[in-house]
Write a protein that binds this ligand. Sequence first.
Ligand code: F6P
Length: 324
Amino acid sequence: IKKIAVLTSGGDSPGMNAAIRAVVRSCTYHQLECLGVYRGYQGLIEGDFVTLNARSVKNIINRGGTFLKSARSKEFLSVEGRKRAFDNLKAEGIDALVTIGGDGTFAGAVVFNEEHNFPIVGLPGTIDNDINGTDFTIGYDTALNTVVEAIDKIRDTAHSHNRLFLVEVMGRDAGDIALNAGIGAGAEEILIPEQNMGKDRLVASLKRSKEAGKSSSIVVVAEGDQIGKNIFGLADYIRENLTEYEVKVTVLGHIQRGGAPSCYDRVLASRLGVGAVDALLKGERDIMVGIVNNKVTSVPFTETSKGENELDKELIRVADITSV
Ligand code: F6P
């Protein structure tokens, strides 16, 4: 391998820049050429490349987003689109690709490799933490901190006005952000897709906390939770059935995707970026490099999809006990 290209694809996440930087600098270290691809797979199809060297990635370790930009490419879903991408890779003399993204990115890589037999190594970059084969994804820790900081602020005003706040957080079909940020922010209730709580149990539980002397409440709602999917409808239901509280809704939205990466995410991204180039040099391909028990490891792309998310019973218990 002499020339590696790197791209970011799917939803951006804080730490993607740090990961690109680590890939580029690993290439410099190993005397490999490195190209960046703009806008993920779409840039591959359009031949939108940029030559990168160690200095091209200065002053980005601290920056959120991805300077290579990202996209969810529809064209890459087609055989023709992938063929164009392959032709561009060949025309540029690129020997291998590092793709930073989530499971959609890895699914694309698998099909691409099947059709064109091209070495690809992936890195998990998503705030959702919904990837198998890694304990943490790049950007997740930063998103948790963003959510906790936001809820701390909401708590101030909730407390001043004796209000109940429903706070919707991202995570797609996974409840990791909701559960962990909910515990960290001291939420009264946490609604996650992995556990169907039901409206009535929620109301009953909020009633109990009111009776136990709480004057305000925070309910963290994962966007993928069944009843949370209509958070404004849920707020109406609570208003009708729990008249003791004034109910407000805050949807945190895309602020969770931005901001300077936490130190944890910068270090994780740096370790995985170095790991990706190491893996390619060892001849590995069709794998994602992740972190398991604080060790950099690799797992086949085909095993990175989470499927049904498991409920973390220990965390649920902690959330229950600490919110009495
Ligand atoms: O996968 C990251 C994520 O932010 C999810 O949490 C969310 O469901 C989705 O992307 C939002 O996507 P978009 O930015 O395309 O609206």
